[in-house]
Every structure is written in structure tokens, then in C-alpha cells.
Design a protein around this ligand. Structure first.
Ligand SMILES: NC(=O)c1ccc[n+]([C@@H]2O[C@H](COP(=O)([O-])OP(=O)(O)OC[C@H]3O[C@@H](n4cnc5c(N)ncnc54)[C@H](O)[C@@H]3O)[C@@H](O)[C@H]2O)c1
Ligand SMILES: [Zn+2]
Ligand SMILES: [Zn+2]
Length: 383
């Protein structure tokens, strides 16, 4: 069948709507009609080359290039067709997508860490994780899909392991953002940093992911939450969703901390800027107290090796530097959990969806994200 999808044809090329061919779902595959797709910064990392699988990995999985690629990995939709041997979802089910598939049986899934599922290795590859062949084609050429998904498309075909079944009553717009950005930020605070009641948390970068981190810290009971972002509009929104203080830079936050913490500094620092740079690590550690947890959530260019880090202080301050993927929680647990918190009015999502776009406006949405005029944009599909 034909569907409209937003494709990036090469490094730094703009997102552009194309009519693409999708094959029917194969073994353990599902077709989903998208309802909403959020616009996470990670798709921009793909377009700009920050997250490009290494040539060795591409060769291993038989993929000549990351491009052309259908963008989008954050979204919600309705199952419209199931292939053979599908057991986890059924026709008509409401689903959120997951940028890391969960097989349920590998070492990581079996030990309750589905965000680390071995199938995640193929998340940036185009061929299906079911059989290594392609379902998407454009003008005779095979198409890759962001994170085995490509949610900037009216219809997607993906593996059932890439889906999380949700309550049919669940708010589909909230589910779209929870499927990546909000879960990742929330989990960075709650599941990775394990924020405790009364602690002081600094969140650096207040886009979609940072908005999840601020709220994770609030719901976990943090006493002080300092939101850091150079854009004043982002700081206003951060206050609306739970930040107690704001600062335009890490240095400004550093000056504020002693007075707010009886001289101890922050228990937790969470890094969620659009692009991670090596010099931010030392700056983040400098905001941390003794025994602080510094959580690295944002994505850096994949070949970034140079980091500024005071190794003496890292040891003598007993600090922990922690990476996280999907906020270190399992998608099938975290997505329904956060939908419940949204329903209970505790997790604010409508407040941070500051702009809706049509499928044809995806590039405009990313231009707005770069200009700092939105917190999170979503693509709303025609029903
Ligand atoms: N680890 C994971 O599993 C995971 C999952 C999703 C997204 N991410 C990554 O998280 C990051 C944030 O994503 P997003 O969608 O919220 O991005 P975004 O572009 O919506 O927001 C980033 C924010 O950071 C701010 N910023 C930029 N430089 C800054 C600095 N030096 N100090 C303070 N603030 C700064 C920007 O003004 C913006 O408000 C991206 O790198 C994204 O790829 C990681
Ligand atoms: Zn994302
Ligand atoms: Zn697994």
C-alpha cells in the first residue's frame, strides 16, 4: 500500500513528505495507523549525523547507508492489521511505540531491564528485526526507519516487540510524548538518579526530555529543582511544571546552589540539552554535592571521545556519573505508569505540547525547536 511519510534523503537534507510504498506486515509484524507523533530531538541527531551507526555495524547488518530514512520514533496509534504469529497486540488495540524493542526473553529483558533489550542493537537500522528484509520503498529504493519505527508516517509497519499496548481510554496525545521524551526524562530522575524526598535536583536543558526530568524530580519529592536553559520561554514553562528555581546557564546555577543547599550543592544533576558536549560533564559535576549522581541523558555525536572531567574530584567527592537509555526503565512498565500519573493530574503533558503540526510541517517543527519557540511539537494525523 501507499502511505505518506516524512523522509530525510541524506546527511543534513531537510525532512520532506513523500508517498512511499509499504509492504504488508510479515511474521510477528503489525500495521499501525498513527494518531500522534512527537518531535524528539533524536531525529535531528539522525539528520545531522550525530547518531549514525558505525560503518562496522552497518556492514554487519547488511545496510549500505542510514539514508534515505523515515523519521520519527515517538508516537501513538491504532493497530489496523496484524501479520502471522502476532500475540502481543490485536486489531483495534491502542498502542504507544517504543524506540527500543522488548523481546521479553534476552538476558536484559528477563532481568527486568527491557530498555537494554538486545534487539536495541538494530534500532538505527532499516531492515525489519523479524527477518532482515525491508518493508518500506521509495522509487524502487529501500527505506530505513528511525528506531525500527518511522512514526512520521500515516501508517507504519513494525515488529510487535516495538509496541506497548495501552488502555483504549488513554489520551493518545499524552501517550505519544510518554513513548519517548517524557519517559526518558522522568526515568532519568526517578529510575536512574533515584531522587529522594527533600533532595536538590538540577535539570540542564528544558525541552521535552528535560520537562520529563523536572516532573520526575517533583513527583519523587525533590525540595529544590533548578531548571537551566538559555531560553527564557523554556524557563517559564519549567516553572509551570515544577521547577522551583531557574538559571540561564550552569554557571548561574553554580552561584545559586550554596545558598539553596546550606553549602552542599545538588544531590542530582540531569543533563538533557539538545546536543551533549564534552565540556558539560565537568560543569555538571561542579554543581554536584559529595555523593552526587550526575545523569547523562542527552545524546552526543557518536564519535565524541573527549570529555572534561576532574578525576580527582570525581573520586574524592564520591560522585557517580551515570548514562541512561529510555530513563533506565522498561517501556512496558513505564508507559502505562506515566499514563496513570497523567490521568491523575500529576504529570503535566498538555502544558508542554506547545504546537501541533501537520505531517508536511515536520521540518518547520524542527526549525521551531532549534529556534527555541516550542517546548515539544507533535504531528497530529487526520483521523
Ligand atoms: N538517552 C535517551 O534514551 C534519550 C531519549 C530521548 C532523547 N534523548 C536526547 O535527549 C536530549 C534532549 O532531547 P529533547 O527532545 O528534549 O531536545 P530539545 O531540543 O527539545 O530540548 C533541548 C533543550 O536544551 C536547551 N539547551 C541547549 N544547550 C543548552 C545548554 N548548554 N545548557 C542548558 N540548556 C541547553 C535548549 O534550549 C532546549 O530547550 C537530546 O540529545 C535527545 O537526543 C536521549
Ligand atoms: Zn526520542
Ligand atoms: Zn530483550
Amino acid at each position: 500500500m501507499k502511505t505518506r511519510a516524512v523522509v530525510c534523503s541524506g546527511l543534513n537534507e531537510p525532512w520532506k513528505t513523500e508517498e512511499v510504498d509499504i509492504d504488508p506486515p510479515g511474521n510477528r509484524e503489525v500495521r499501525v495507523k498513527m494518531v500522534y507523533s512527537g518531535m524528539c530531538h533524536s531525529d535531528e541527531h539522525l539528520r545531522t549525523g550525530d547518531i549514525s551507526a558505525s560503518p562496522e555495524v552497518l556492514e554487519l547488518i547488511g545496510v549500505p547507508s542510514m539514508f534515505p530514512v523515515v523519521g520519527g520514533h515517538e508516537g501513538s496509534g491504532v493497530v489496523t492489521e496484524v501479520g502471522t504469529n502476532v500475540t502481543q497486540v490485536a486489531l483495534g488495540d491502542h498502542v504507544a511505540v517504543s524506540f527500543i524493542p522488548s523481546c521479553g526473553t534476552c538476558h536484559w529483558c528477563a532481568s527486568g531491564r527491557q530498555n537494554l533489550c538486545d534487539l536495541g542493537m538494530a534500532t538505527l537500522a532499516g531492515p525489519m528485526i523479524s527477518d532482515g528484509t525491508y518493508r518500506y520503498h521509495l522509487g524502487g529504493e529501500n527505506l530505513n526507519r528511525m528506531a525500527q519505527l518511522g512514526t512520521f508516517a500515516e501508517e507504519i509497519v513494525c515488529h510487535e516487540n516495538s509496541l506497548v499496548r495501552i488502555d483504549p481510554q488513554a489520551n493518545m496525545k499524552a501517550a505519544a510524548l510518554i513513548s519517548c521524551g517524557i519517559s526518558t526524562g522522568f526515568g532519568s530522575a526517578v529510575d536512574r538518579a533515584k531522587v529522594k524526598a527533600g533532595e536538590t535536583v538540577v535539570v540542564v536543558g528544558c525541552g521535552g526530555v528535560g520537562s520529563g526530568a523536572i516532573q520526575g524530580a517533583r513527583i519523587a519529592g525533590a525540595r529544590t529543582i533548578i531548571a537551566v536553559d538559555p531560553v527564557p520561554f523554556k524557563l517559564e514553562k519549567a516553572k509551570e511544571i515544577g521547577a522551583t528555581h531557574t538559571a540561564p546557564s550552569l554557571l548561574d546555577a553554580q552561584f545559586m546552589l550554596p545558598e539553596l543547599t546550606q553549602g552542599r550543592n545538588a544531590d542530582v544533576v540531569i543533563l538533557t540539552p539538545g546536543v551533549l558536549k564534552g565540556d558539560l560533564i565537568a560543569a555538571a559535576c561542579a554543581l554536584g554535592s559529595k555523593d552526587a549522581r550526575i545523569v547523562v541523558t542527552a545524546i552526543a555525536p557518536f564519535d565524541q571521545m573527549d570529555v572534561q572531567l576532574n578525576l580527582f574530584n570525581l573520586a574524592m567527592y564520591n560522585q557517580a556519573l551515570l548514562g541512561t537509555v529510555f530513563g533506565s526503565a522498561s517501556p512496558r512498565v513505564q508507559v502505562p505508569n506515566l499514563l496513570n500519573l497523567y490521568d491523575a493530574g500529576q504529570l503535566k503533558i498538555d502544558e508542554i505540547i506547545t504546537q501541533e503540526y501537520t505531517l508536511d510541517q515536520v521540518q518547520q517543527g524542527y526549525d521551531d525547536q532549534a529556534a527555541g519557540t516550542i517546548i515539544r511539537g507533535v504531528v497530529k494525523f487526520d483521523s
